[in-house]
Design a protein around this ligand. Structure first.
Ligand code: AMP
Length: 398
């Protein structure tokens, strides 16, 4: 029995139909430019199944229309969802606030609460709700499950969750550190335990999820004790287009002196900063090419990125005291050997080293990049949030 996983964004829906036991993907695809009135000829839906690609070029009016078109493509490619015997639909939901910290069976009340949490994730939760409502309408008989990006960090110690601001104001407004990418950090740390053939409760780990968004976590015995993202995904590491940590005074300064309003600064820090703000590109493949041409801005962007990453690795080494494994995952972490080497350079005295041949070997599976017999296992482990969501959904519905 298969699970359909849906990740609904503000103008896109990514989806996968997969077998939660084997991890085999039956079909996957993406709907893009939802609600944009004019299609420009490039496909709005790309659906892959059985090695073939199916496309839809027309306008997609809204999420419900997009999902209906996806369901038609499923039928066209020989996997009619009504006949597939779906076990569950698993939805990625970004913010669970204080309320949700486990995979949750979706009811009307759950949808309302996810919607009520929108002030904490104004771009994400409303889009997640639209995806959930569309899927519930189209598949009313199939149990739907919400899996929250914040859940894995719910049990972080109070010291790691608390911002040092007025307690009453913080409590009244839900201001605390929640963390994101939790599904990935949890899945990858579990894969690490399997790979090392150790019980996850015996391991202290640092997981570096370096994708377009990026976050690090410190995990003690299978439980997250710290992470770099906070109330929103803006805090922490330098990312593709997000600044990560900065002096909050910069926000007031820009509003007072640069003729920018709150929305302008929000857009600046979330979409025009990070690697893109510093170098003009946000993809690490392009950044690497620019660095090779001697581009000074690209070189500085790389250095700022690595500087921030090392600062957190150092913090988590101290926080955990003993570290058994440091793991790189997501688009940059899985593919960029230069980032991995620079992140951990010169740490031999802490038992941490990266073997050059292992680091630059091409592989898509979990592997060591530390030298044989090193004290700390340094690993590259591919993340798979869809599989984690499918498994959590299947477990919940039994
Ligand atoms: P994700 O958010 O995990 O999908 O990661 C996307 C990012 O991974 C892209 O924006 C690139 O910066 C990076 N990436 C993907 N493939 C490569 C590669 N082969 N080398 C370096 N970076 C890559």
């Amino acid at each position: 029995m298969k699970v359909l996983v849906i990740n609904s964004g503000s103008s896109s829906i990514k989806y996968q139909l997969l077998d939660p036991d084997s991890g085999d993907v039956v079909a996957s695809g993406v709907v893009q430019r939802i609600g944009e009135p004019v299609a420009d000829g490039t496909p709005t839906i790309e659906h892959s199944s059985g090695g073939k690609t199916y496309e839809h070029d027309g306008v997609v009016l809204d999420h419900a229309a997009g999902l209906q078109l996806v369901f038609d493509l499923f039928a066209e490619s020989g996997h009619d969802l009504a006949e597939e015997g779906l076990r569950a639909v698993g939805h990625r939901v970004v913010h669970g606030g204080e309320v949700f910290f486990e995979p949750t069976l979706i009811t009307d009340a759950v949808v309302r609460t996810i919607s009520d949490l929108s002030s904490l994730a104004p771009l994400h939760n409303p889009a997640n709700v639209v995806g959930i409502e569309s899927a519930r309408k189209l598949l009313p008989e199939v149990p739907q499950v919400a899996v929250f990006d914040t859940a894995f960090f719910h049990h972080m110690p109070a010291a790691a969750k608390t911002y040092a601001i007025d307690t009453k104001i913080a409590a009244a407004n839900g201001v605390r550190r929640y963390g994101f990418h939790g599904t990935s950090h949890e899945y990858v740390s579990g894969q690490v335990a399997d790979f090392l053939e150790r019980d996850r409760t015996d391991l202290n780990q640092i997981v570096l999820h370096l994708g377009n968004g990026a976050s690090a976590s410190a995990i003690r015995g299978g439980r997250a004790v710290d992470t770099t993202m906070g109330l929103t995904p803006l805090e922490g590491l330098v990312m593709g287009t997000r600044s990560g940590d900065l002096d909050p005074g910069i926000i007031f300064h820009l509003i007072r002196t640069a003729d920018m309003n709150v929305d302008d600064v929000d857009a600046l820090l979330n979409r025009q900063s990070g690697i893109k703000g510093l170098s003009g590109v946000n993809d690490f493949r392009e950044l690497g090419r620019l660095i090779e041409t001697g581009d000074a801005a690209a070189t500085l962007a790389f250095e700022v990125y690595i500087h921030r990453l090392r600062r957190y690795i150092g913090a988590y080494l101290v926080e955990l005291g003993r570290v058994d494994a440091i793991t790189f995952t997501a688009g940059v972490g899985e593919n960029d050997a230069k980032v991995r080497a620079a992140a951990l350079a010169g740490l031999e005295r802490y038992g941490i080293a990266v073997d050059e041949a292992r680091n630059t070997a091409k592989s898509r599976t979990a592997r060591y990049i530390s030298p044989e017999g090193a004290e700390v296992a340094v690993l590259v482990v591919p993340t798979n949030e869809e599989l984690a969501i499918a498994r959590a959904s299947a477990r919940l519905v039994g």
